[in-house]
Design a protein around this ligand. Sequence first.
Ligand code: HEC
Ligand code: HEC
Ligand code: HEC
Length: 403
Amino acid sequence: MRILLAAFVMLSAGVQAQAPAADAVERGRYLTAAGSCKHCHTAEGGAAFAGGVAFTTDFGVVYSTNITPDPTTGIGGWSFEQFARAMREGVSADGTKLYPVFPYPSFTKVNDDDLRDIFAYLQTVAPAAKAAPANDMGFPYSQRSLMGVWNALYLDNQRYAPDASQSPEWNRGAYLVQGLSHCGSCHTPRNMLGAEKQDLALSGGTYYDEVAPNLIRPWSAVNLTSAKDGLAAWSMEDIYDYLRTGHSATAGTFGPMNAVITENTSKLTDGDVRAMAVYLKSLPPIERAPKHEMNPADFRAGELLYTIHCGTCHLPTGLGDPSIGPALAGSSVVQAEDPASLINSIIYGATVATPAPPGAWDNMEAFGDKLDDDEIALLSTYMRANWGNRGGRVTEADVAKQR
Ligand code: HEC
Ligand code: HEC
Ligand code: HEC
């Protein structure tokens, strides 16, 4: 009887406090991983979800905000409706318009139930009092009111609509990739005003991130369609392994994908990762990289550099070795229309995610001190014109931009 009474008191206390149901909170925690919320909203050494991470864009630097339940600097005083408006329309509780570096153009696809669970979970994290630093945006982009025009032009404020001709698994993958997991925010090219070009969705974009401590440079996020310069060489299983662990027969992770894998896709269920792979594998090819013919003298010079510096690990055939290093023949990083990530991997090396996934290769050393810009340009062009790869010429200026 006493136990029953205690249970009753606890139950009514729970109802009084309007505490969200435990399973909703647990689902919300899972969904925030699928949305990388914590990754973008937690500064190094700072409280979880308290914001303050700097994001470099073509238009200036934007800091993520505090989304803990702190009532003054966080979202503690927000209603669910205010939260939903921020997530779907990019408008803060006080009416301030937000910048799309916060991926609300993707989050707008997330359904009501998932959004409610995310909100429920965020209300349970430890509140931290910390205001976001002031942004550093150039004029006219510093005028947030302009985002009203931007939203009218580019925001498609619609929930994900399942495609009845596809399986539930495919639809689950599409829902995650296009919506909550916002792969397109890096992997889709953007127009002059920073909006994703929907006709070229997932065919390769650019993202600013560290190449070395405190050094921010562009990275090309590769073509994820089944194009030759995309994931044509990847099986469904390769995509699944890579997203689940950060290592596959085709590639290992480095650069900005390290955090996508450690903070997001590796925390998802097998079923969700498989659904993403099924959806990605189904994307019709959008070829972005042109075929490039090298003159024979440049080809030989590039081949010589490759043989001296790279061939021992990636092999003369470019096919790599399961125990030494990945294939460069068919690599989407090598062939990407924008060579930024290829150049970064040569100048700064490739550092595997921590903790290293099972079967991962070692880190690749940096060649930035050993090779000049013209040598890196020649070597890169050689790899893009050889082994059946395709990709335009890489110039010395392209390399200089990444230093
Ligand atoms: C790519 C990084 C990134 C990711 C991922 C991200 N955010 Fe943000 N978020 C930002 C930035 C940057 C801002 C500030 C935008 C601005 O000031 O215009 C922001 C703003 C917000 C705001 C508005 C807060 C306010 O005070 O107006 C909310 C709410 C929010 N994010 C919630 C989330 C949730 C929930 C998730 C996960 C589902 C998430 N964010 C994932 C970068 C991100
Ligand atoms: C923060 C930006 C960003 C986000 C978000 C992002 N990616 Fe990437 N991705 C990159 C960059 C940059 C590269 C190329 C360099 C590297 O591997 O880091 C890449 C590479 C890849 C590769 C190819 C790896 C290789 O070595 O060939 C795959 C596959 C991939 N991403 C899948 C995804 C999927 C699926 C999602 C969504 C769950 C996603 N990415 C989200 C930036 C991003
Ligand atoms: C000692 C062995 C070694 C040498 C030498 C080496 N690499 Fe690598 N390389 C690797 C390993 C290991 C990785 C995978 C690292 C990871 O998983 O993050 C890699 C990754 C890469 C990638 C990313 C491929 C992809 O699709 O994700 C490129 C591009 C690359 N190397 C180019 C080069 C070039 C160009 C040279 C010569 C200048 C070179 N490597 C020399 C071992 C080596």
